[in-house]
Design a protein around this ligand. Sequence first.
Ligand SMILES: Cc1cc2nc3c(=O)[nH]c(=O)nc-3n(C[C@H](O)[C@H](O)[C@H](O)COP(=O)(O)OP(=O)(O)OC[C@H]3O[C@@H](n4cnc5c(N)ncnc54)[C@H](O)[C@@H]3O)c2cc1C
Length: 407
Amino acid sequence: MDLIWSADDLAFQQEVRAFFDCEMDGDLRQAGQRMTSVYADHHASIALQKKLAARGWGAPMWAKEYGGCDWSVVQRYLFTRERLAAGAPHPPFGIHMIGPSLIAYGTDEQKAYFLPRTLSGDILWCQGYSEPGSGSDLASLQMPAIDDGDDLVCSGSKIWTTHAHVANWMFGLVRTSTESKQQQGITFVLIDMHSPGVSVRPIVMSSGEHIQNQVFFDQVRIPKKNVLGSIGGGWSIAKFQLEFERSNLAAAPELQLRIDELRAFAATVPGDDGEWLIDEPAFAHKLASARMRASTLEIYELRALSAISSGASPGLAASVMKTLGTELSQHVTELALEAAGHYGRAYQPQQLRAGGDVVLAHGKGQTVGPLPAALAPLRYLNDRAGTIYAGSNEIQRNILAKAALGL
Ligand SMILES: Cc1cc2nc3c(=O)[nH]c(=O)nc-3n(C[C@H](O)[C@H](O)[C@H](O)COP(=O)(O)OP(=O)(O)OC[C@H]3O[C@@H](n4cnc5c(N)ncnc54)[C@H](O)[C@@H]3O)c2cc1C
């Protein structure tokens, strides 16, 4: 892979920059700037997604025949950098999370229905994998789906389901057999969240935001045409999907941006000895070290992008990136809290339009103290989950120990 930008790449970068300059109105800019977790305010996500889809840029990872971009690795990378640099909110997660699996395993009918609606932001997905007794050991999931003519009939519950309260579709895993090996009895299904028998109960995070939920199923009928792949063949699709989920290929540019913003903020915060915090060697050293870790992560991400662009899945790099990215992100939130000082003790999510159901009161939105300080405690609290979701980091280390090191 050639990492020197060509004249064409630089022209493309200018084109993307011009798009965001033009399309990022005040609300979108504010929603991006005030994100407190990996999720943006979902209204803002959808609004931006519609603009991107209209421009033909709604799904950088998909092939053009499905409405994707067919971009080169470098173009995807430059696009992501520009999107982040413009302070844009993150896109709805279905594009990245379920799009590639629908393309790889969906029937023509499923692709024709779900892909355009996912692209336009009209379908918002949530992921129904974890259950009260099955998280890390996902293959032990129990929620039964009983074969009944043209349908599977499902009762049970899924937990920690991000955005289930706003999603209109769920992609999930259900148990269709208990007779064979655990993995062989799992089926990948697409569930209409408005089906009779589905109910959603909020789980409020330590930050006070409502982003996760528990979803209950009471005799919910799932038409068999909404099985992705074959009945009993869901485990391979879940593994394929999880590799994409764990390889957040945009973590490094975002972390670099966060660290640069933190550096700028620390230049405005008084240090202990009368100078600015950024001039204190101990703090400056921690920031420089975080920036180097972000550069290391960036190299992994570029390698994974390269693999994906030649048709492969991210493979073990997904576990490396998930671990490095989330642990560095937590470290950056700790540094931000340190820089926030006493302002970091004020709890003011209502001013921040965070990733959950926090409503920004019209005409308000002013924070006590500087904005980076007001964001710091919420980002810190939210980010504790980063090493748990998408497969905990202990599990990622187990995967690497086994598959990469042969232990
Ligand atoms: C913010 C957030 C959002 C989430 N969003 C979703 C979602 O949208 N959809 C969804 O399906 N799920 C979601 N999850 C669930 C997430 O995938 C699970 O929490 C995760 O897989 C861990 O499972 P668990 O919570 O059951 O913990 P457990 O599996 O009970 O693990 C508890 C602890 O034990 C450790 N552990 C477990 N097994 C091992 C082992 N073999 N070796 C070493 N250590 C081990 C784990 O690392 C962890 O520290 C979300 C979770 C969070 C926190």
